[in-house]
Design a protein around this ligand. Structure first.
Ligand code: PMP
Length: 354
C-alpha cells in the first residue's frame, strides 16, 4: 500500500478474476468464455475499423444502441452500451445505491457485487441460498432494498422464471431491481419484456458469453428511459468513450449474425446436457444449470483436490474457496472434444483414488 491510498479505499478487497494463463494447449474451462470464435464478419468489421483507431469512437454509441434496440424490441433511449457488463453493474451501484439505499443479493452469487458495494461504500446484506443452492424468491418480496440478482445465478447456473422475477420487481416498487442476465441465452427467460411495465427494473446482458466477444468487452443494459439517462450521466462522468471503435463495429456485425449465436448456444446446451449425463453417471451431484457452465461436486473427492488434479492434466476449471461451495467446481461448457478430454481425465482421477 502506498502512503497515498485514502482511508476510504484502504480496506478494499478487489475482485479475483479467473486465471488467464499463458500456457498453450491448456483446456480452458474456467471463465465461461465461448469455445467458438467470433463470426468472420465480426472479425472483418473489427479489422476494418482498426484503420480509424487514430479517431475517438462515437461517445453516443448511436449505431450500436440502435442495433441493440432493434434486436431486443425497445427504443434506442432504453438501452446503454457498456464496456462489459461489469461496467454497468458498477454504474448501477454508483447511480442508485448509497448509505441510504442499501442493497441485497444472494450469499452465493457473482463475486463482483460485494466488491462494487464496498468500492461505492454501499451497505449490503447477503441473503442465503436454500440448501439446494436455489434462490428463494419469497426472501426478496417487499424487502425494501435495492436488489441485484444474476439470472441464471452464478456459479450455480440455477434460474428463476421471468414470472417469479416479476413478482419480486412488483413487490419492491420503490427499489431498483437489477437482473444480471450474463448467461440468459443458454436456457433461461429474459426479463427485458418487463421493462416497459416496471420503471424499477434494469436488465443487463453481455457479449462475453453467448456472443463470443469476451476479449472485446461489450455489454448493455435495458431499462426505462429515466434509468438509462441516469446511467449515461454516470458514464459521461467517468468514461464517455467507453466502447472502442473495434468493439462497436464487432458488436454491430455480431448482431447481424444472430443465427450464428443461436447455433452456438444450441450446441453449448447440447454439450452441457451430454456432459451432465456423463458426470452424473460418474457419481457427481450437479445443479440444474441453465448457463454455459456446470456446477458439480463428488462425494469421493474434495473440490480443491479435483481442481488441482485437473490442472496438473492441463485442464483448468474454477474452484471457489468459499465455505458453502468449496466442494464444487464450476466447469465451463467447451466443445464436445474438450468435454470428452475433461470427462476422460476425471475418470482417471477417480480411478486413481480407489
Ligand atoms: N455477471 C455475471 C454473473 C458474470 O459471471 C460475469 C462474468 N464474469 C459478468 C456479469 C461480467 O461479464 P462481462 O463484464 O464480461 O460482460
Amino acid at each position: 500500500m502506498s502512503r497515498f491510498l485514502t482511508e476510504k479505499q484502504k480496506d478494499l478487497i478487489p475482485y479475483t478474476p479467473g486465471e488467464q494463463p499463458k500456457i498453450l494447449n491448456l483446456i480452458k474451462l474456467n471463465t465461461n468464455e465461448s469455445p467458438y470464435p467470433p463470426a468472420e464478419e465480426t472479425v472483418a468489421a473489427a479489422e476494418e475499423e482498426a484503420k480509424r483507431l487514430h479517431l475517438y469512437p462515437d461517445p453516443t454509441c448511436s449505431s450500436l444502441c440502435e442495433a441493440f434496440a432493434k434486436r431486443w424490441g425497445v427504443d434506442a433511449d432504453e438501452v446503454i452500451a457498456v464496456n462489459g457488463s461489469d461496467e454497468i453493474l458498477n454504474f448501477a451501484f454508483m447511480a442508485f445505491c448509497d448509505e441510504t439505499r442499501p442493497v441485497v443479493f444472494p450469499d452465493i452469487t457473482y463475486g463482483f457485487y460485494p466488491v462494487f458495494a464496498d468500492l461505492n461504500h454501499v451497505p449490503y446484506e447477503e441473503i442465503p441460498l436454500e440448501s439446494d443452492l436455489s434462490v428463494n424468491p419469497e426472501k426478496y418480496m417487499g424487502i425494501g432494498k435495492n436488489i441485484f440478482l444474476a439470472n441464471p445465478n452464478a456459479p450455480t447456473g440455477i434460474a428463476l422464471s421471468a414470472d417469479v422475477i416479476e413478482k419480486i420487481v412488483a413487490s419492491n416498487p420503490n427499489n431498483l431491481v437489477v437482473i444480471d442476465e450474463a448467461y440468459v441465452d443458454f436456457g433461461a427467460e429474459s426479463c427485458i419484456p418487463l421493462i416497459r411495465k416496471y420503471d424499477n427494473l434494469l436488465v443487463t446482458q453481455t457479449f462475453s458469453k453467448s456472443r463470443s466477444m469476451a476479449g472485446a468487452r461489450l455489454g448493455f443494459g435495458i431499462g426505462c428511459k429515466e434509468l438509462i439517462r441516469d446511467l449515461n450521466t454516470v458514464r459521461y462522468s467517468t468514461n464517455p468513450y467507453n466502447i472502442n471503435r473495434m468493439t462497436m463495429a464487432a458488436g454491430i456485425a455480431t448482431l447481424k449474425n444472430d443465427d450464428i449465436t443461436a447455433k452456438n448456444c444450441k450446441n453449448i446446451i447440447a454439450t452441457r446436457k451430454e456432459t451432465v449425463a456423463e458426470l452424473t453417471r460418474m457419481g457427481f451431484e450437479i445443479t440444474d444449470s441453465k448457463a454455459n457452465f456446470i456446477f458439480a461436486k463428488h462425494q469421493k473427492i474434495d473440490g480443491k483436490d479435483l481442481y488441482l488434479k485437473l490442472k496438473d492434466r492441463g485442464i483448468l476449471v474454477r474452484h471457489f474457496d468459499k465455505k458453502r461451495i468449496c466442494q464444487y467446481n464450476r466447469i465451463t461448457v467447451g466443445t464436445p472434444e474438450q468435454m470428452k478430454a475433461l470427462t476422460d481425465a476425471i475418470k482417471e482421477i477417480l480411478e486413481d483414488l480407489t
